[in-house]
Design a protein around this ligand. Structure first.
Ligand code: AMP
Length: 283
């Protein structure tokens, strides 16, 4: 695996491969690589000739500067895991090489995401999704991937990227990949590292509630299905359900009736031991 930190070097290297008509698959990450990321890398490497993964802890998507500072960073370990998963190129840019931080406010404000960025995760973390779209556009322009791979775990992010790429005619195929889970069903996340085995088992109630919710939803109204999941989570005193919303999977507008949409998703965020865990299920 080649490690490149200069955008010009990466661009020139990839252009030479494109001349040979190679397909490029791209996986953007913030590092702290785990099995969830590796699932995307493995799929990209099956479907392309060249797999590029980026590690960049993106300041524009953190509202809280303390969280940005504390985000786990361990490049040597990450590089080893990615290399074993058949990643060909690891791109580790410095912020200064990607954009000039003094002039980004106007650029961020001009990003339009059809209000999908204002609900659920976006309501809790304002500007987060604009920051994601901002940085991804930079990556897409440098790497010009044929396909880019994202996890269904962050389903709102995935749908926002699909919208943004389409609206801005960015020529990349966006591929959503199944959420990789612990054996107990808990969606794997870099934040899980802060939980003990016992705590992870407690947190597994998040996904089991979603699965139960799916099966009982056939007999309940939207509002009763929501209450069911929220009560189920909150019955454990250490867990606090921040939201559980049943929404249309494209507009992310909350539904009143099951007949309001053909593609319905239940999205949840739970506070547990000082961290936020998110997950979702197709209903
Ligand atoms: P992050 O490093 O957290 O920005 O995540 C990078 C990519 O990995 C995003 O597309 C995430 O949705 C995806 N991802 C994170 N966790 C998982 C998981 N458990 N299963 C599948 N994809 C994941």
């Amino acid at each position: 695996m080649k490690i490149i930190s200069s955008k010009v070097e990466l661009f020139e290297f990839l252009q030479s491969l494109k001349d040979e008509d190679r397909k490029i698959g791209f996986i953007p990450t913030m590092g702290a690589i785990h099995f969830g990321h590796l699932g995307l890398v493995k799929r990209a490497s099956r479907e392309n000739n060249i797999t590029v993964c980026s590690i960049f802890v993106n300041p524009t998507q953190f509202g809280n500067k303390d969280e940005l500072k504390k985000y786990p960073r361990n490049l040597d370990r990450d590089a080893e895991l990615l290399s074993k998963a058949n990643c060909d190129i690891l791109f580790t840019p410095l912020q200064e090489d990607l954009y000039d931080s003094e002039n980004i406010e106007a650029e961020l404000n001009s990003i339009e995401l059809n209000k999908i960025d204002e609900t659920l995760e976006g309501a809790i973390k304002p500007k987060h999704f604009k920051g994601v779209a901002f940085i991804l556009e930079k990556f897409f322009r440098i790497i010009e991937p044929d396909s880019a791979y994202f996890g269904n775990k962050d389903f709102q992010q995935l749908q926002i990227i699909r919208y943004y790429v389409k609206e801005n005619n960015i020529p990349v195929k966006i591929i959503g990949c199944d959420t990789v889970r612990e054996q107990n069903g808990l969606a794997i996340s870099s934040r899980n590292e802060k939980l003990s085995l016992e705590e992870k088992n407690t947190a597994a109630i998040i996904y089991s509630s979603l699965v139960e919710c799916k099966s009982i939803s056939k007999n309940l109204s939207v509002s009763d299905t929501k209450s069911f999941a929220i009560n189920r989570i909150n019955q454990l005193s250490e867990l606090n359900c921040e939201y559980f919303e049943i929404v249309d999977s494209e507009s992310f507008k909350p539904l009143k009736n099951w007949t309001d949409s053909n593609t319905i998703i239940g999205c949840i965020a739970v506070q547990f031991k000082g961290i936020r865990l998110i997950d979702n299920i197709t209903l």
